[in-house]
Write a protein that binds this ligand. Structure first.
Ligand code: ARG
Length: 447
């Protein structure tokens, strides 16, 4: 059955091609399609487009479908195009004419927009919690190892004194920035498109504020034509946030691969967490981080992929937009898997102490020696030349670590300040399960 059937049998190959992967992909939208329909039914009754009895019937049936979905028993049948068609068919099968009223004042275009936005909100909120766990791992490693020095590099050459505290702490602060972008994408996403119908509104007297409140959107997405344009824009903003997190993961993974190599050996992992070679008996490989790096790098191409689908579409609904669902929801899965495994690895990371005792890193203390002379009153450029000469004729020997006191330096990591920033930014997220929202909707079922 097609929702748009008008007496002509559609060619099956066309249906197959246009449905594409939706029969699987849309399953991640099922519960949200049901929740969106519950809000819509409550609103239709409120404005008098359906009776209270009809609303009660719809809510009861939708709730039963939600339970079916929770049990994993709601499938999109072979001759259904998508989840929206399936749910409407189920409602009509149970409720007859009442079921057929659910689509009053609504199009699949605003319906899918609602579903995507509700699902995306859930994904964003879940992701924020995972990022918080990773942030905490980085911060506690930073605190734990704040005294352990590392060579810091520029141009991949030993440059200045760093520490495990500074290194781990850097990735924590990077995540603190990533969640600003994630919070921004949440704000763009959390607006109600329901009621914009096919993109041009409806002549029926619907109440958009009511569905907005019921679904806990921040506000109405006002302009009906913009609602269609916003599909692709939400995905783009979310993709930017995911790409930003992915960049943090990829760069940390690159550091790990480098620092675990025989030439560095700054860090290591227990044998159970590294992989071997089928031919070389000695190998202990950081495959986990290579795969995080690769997968995170693919996620960083997501904004480009979305732009390539959306950039030159005309306004109004275009079927190309359907392709975005897989891209964005797969990216959430990929990123979450990468974060979880990274947390496991960090829980078990081993770090080497005394790295900077190696004469190889002698010169990383030379800038400090320059500063020591500066504090005796020697102009910086002259002091620089004195120390450069010592380095050149190999007479420079390491000074002891001088005080680093300013904010964000080896001696003053400001982890607490970064944690405060992070906590403040986390306030933008709020976990709201479908079950919670469904319970709220069911209170509108009257006797
Ligand atoms: N599967 C479609 C999508 O994701 C649902 C909307 C269909 N709307 C339409 N006008 N054909 O975009």
């Amino acid at each position: 059955m097609k929702l748009w059937e008008k007496g002509i049998d559609p060619e099956p190959a066309i249906i197959e091609f246009t449905a594409g992967k939706d029969r699987e992909t849309d399953l991640v939208l099922t519960k949200w399609d049901i929740i969106g329909s519950m809000a819509h039914a409550i609103m239709l009754a409120d404005v008098g487009l359906i009776s209270d009895d009809e609303k009660n019937g719809l809510l009861k049936s939708l709730h039963a479908l939600l339970k079916l979905d929770e049990a994993g028993s709601l499938v999109i049948e072979k001759d259904m195009e998508d989840i929206h068609s399936q749910i409407e068919k189920e409602l009509s099968a149970v409720l007859g004419a009442t079921g057929k009223k659910i689509h009053t004042g609504r199009s699949r275009n605003d319906q899918v927009l609602v579903d995507i936005r509700l699902r995306t909100r859930e994904e964003i909120d879940n992701l924020s919690l995972l990022i918080q766990r990773l942030f905490n791992s980085f911060q506690s490693l930073s605190e734990k190892h704040k005294e352990v020095l590392l060579p810091g590099y520029t141009h991949m050459q030993p440059a200045m004194v760093s520490s495990f505290g500074l290194w781990f702490g850097a990735y924590a602060e990077s995540l603190a920035d990533d969640i600003v972008i994630l919070a921004g994408s949440r704000a763009i996403n959390n607006q109600n498109p329901l009621g914009t119908a096919a993109g041009y509104g409806t002549t029926l007297p619907i109440n958009r504020q009511l569905t907005s409140d019921l679904l806990e959107f921040d506000n109405i997405l006002f302009n009906s034509a913009y609602a269609s344009l916003s599909r692709g824009k939400i995905e783009m903003s979310v993709a930017s946030a995911l790409a930003s997190v992915a960049q943090t993961l990829a760069r940390f993974s690159m550091d790990i691969c480098l620092y675990m190599s025989a030439e560095f050996r700054f860090i290591d992992f227990p044998d159970e967490l590294v992989t071997g070679s089928s031919i070389m008996p000695q190998k202990r490989n950081p495959d986990v981080f290579e795969l995080i790096r690769g997968r995170a790098n693919i996620i960083q191409t997501l904004p480009g992929q979305i732009a390539s689908v959306v950039s030159n579409l005309p306004s109004g609904y275009n079927r190309d937009l359907q392709l975005l669902k897989n891209l964005i929801f797969n990216a959430f899965d990929d990123l979450s898997e990468c974060i979880k495994i990274m947390i496991l690895m960090l829980d078990n990371i081993k770090i080497k102490t005394n790295i900077t005792a190696n004469p190889l890193y002698n010169t990383i203390f030379s800038t400090e020696e320059v500063n020591r002379l500066v504090r005796q009153g020697i102009p910086f450029r002259d002091a620089y030349k004195v120390v450069a000469e010592m380095v050149k004729n190999s007479s420079f020997s390491k000074t002891t670590l001088a005080d680093y006191v300013h904010e964000g330096s080896v001696g003053n990591l400001c982890n607490k300040e970064i944690a405060d920033l992070f906590a403040k930014r986390m306030e933008s997220f709020r976990n709201m399960s479908a079950a919670e929202l469904a319970d709220k909707m069911m209170k509108y079922a009257t006797k």
